[in-house]
Write a protein that binds this ligand. Structure first.
Ligand code: DAK
Length: 269
């Protein structure tokens, strides 16, 4: 197996590669990994580059450095002097980042160890699911600053926790701990510490990686695109994705292996 490699991908974002797994770390601990426009652009470029690698990427872990925060929000200092036009531009950039994460065929797990607030929680919500250490906390505190969520929180938080809980969290700006986040379905799984968090996330990627990669990618596409649509339109997406699965070699192999009572040998094609 190739040695793991680390790469600086621009200001304050690091990418480590270990075979097909990429660990993307927002590394700006002096500001609790707050998302400046530069950091957002770099995250966008990072996910676009991972998408360009195609099936060589089988999973991504997105995390924050420093042991105190995943991301403590959009960079409040950078934002203080924004004109409305700059605010809109930054919002679009945030949405492009979320779209790049959701558009990646491979699963992306947000590995939260510490604060996931405001734009940080919105970034985590754009990932496929959130794993977190017990010591983490979550919130949309924008109203404390006279703002509203601007990177998709009004859309993805209700999908994750239901409309009433999302409204409560957004209107109060209150922070919740991992136990509560787990109870309301915001966090998929919790871990005692950072080490077990990463071990658990990697084990999940290994479990997913044993399956037919095209099927996982198709399932992700339908799950992401169908969210929030009316039933008829959402199920049409599933129909198309189900049909597309029949265009893959892995589907033929998976079904043949079942019939022949043997383990499938998936190739990702
Ligand atoms: N931005 C910039 N710097 C931040 C930051 C942030 N979001 N959060 C923390 N920092 C910096 C602090 O200023 C401090 O820097 P120094 O003073 O040492 O230079 C350093 O990180 C350590 O923070 P604290 O000293 O405050 O540490 P504590 O342990 O006392 O408190 C805290 C930790 C996370 C509770 C606290 O830092 C905090 O409340 N931070 C702000 C959390 C927050 O309100 N986050 C939401 C931001 S609003 C938009 C789209 C989206 C958004 C906005 C616009 N567009 C459409 C334009 C999203 C908005 C948000 O995310």
């Amino acid at each position: 197996m190739a040695e793991p490699s680390t790469q600086e991908n621009g200001p304050d974002v690091r990418v480590e590669r270990d075979g097909g797994i990429a660990i993307v770390t927002i590394d700006r601990p002096r500001a609790l990994n707050a998302l400046s426009p530069e950091v957002l652009s770099t995250i966008l470029g990072t996910f676009e580059a991972l998408a360009a690698e195609g099936s060589d990427v089988r999973g991504v872990l997105l995390t924050g450095a420093g042991g105190r925060a995943f991301v403590a929000g959009a960079d409040i200092r950078a934002m203080a002097q924004f004109t409305p036009e700059q605010a809109e531009e930054t919002a679009r950039l945030g949405h492009r980042v979320a779209a790049a994460i959701e558009g990646l065929a491979a699963p992306v797990i947000a590995c939260v160890d510490g604060f996931a607030l405001g734009g940080g929680l919105e970034l985590a919500l754009a990932c496929d699911f959130i794993y977190a250490t017990d010591a983490s906390s979550f919130g949309q505190p924008e109203v404390h600053l006279g703002l509203i969520p601007g990177f998709g929180g009004t859309v993805r938080l209700p999908r994750a926790v239901g409309l009433a809980r999302a409204k409560e969290l957004i209107y109060t700006g209150r922070r919740i701990d991992t136990a509560e986040a787990l109870a309301i379905g915001l966090v998929a799984r919790s871990f005692a510490d950072r080490e077990s968090l990463f071990a658990g996330a990697r084990a999940t990627l290994d479990e997913v990686g044993a399956n037919a990669a095209p099927a996982v990618g198709l399932a992700k596409r339908v799950l992401v695109d169908a969210a929030g649509r009316r039933t008829e339109s959402a199920t049409e997406l599933e129909v198309a994705g189900f049909g597309d699965a029949f265009r893959t070699q892995d589907m033929r192999e998976g079904v043949a292996a079942f019939v022949e009572k043997r383990e499938p040998e998936f190739t990702g094609a």
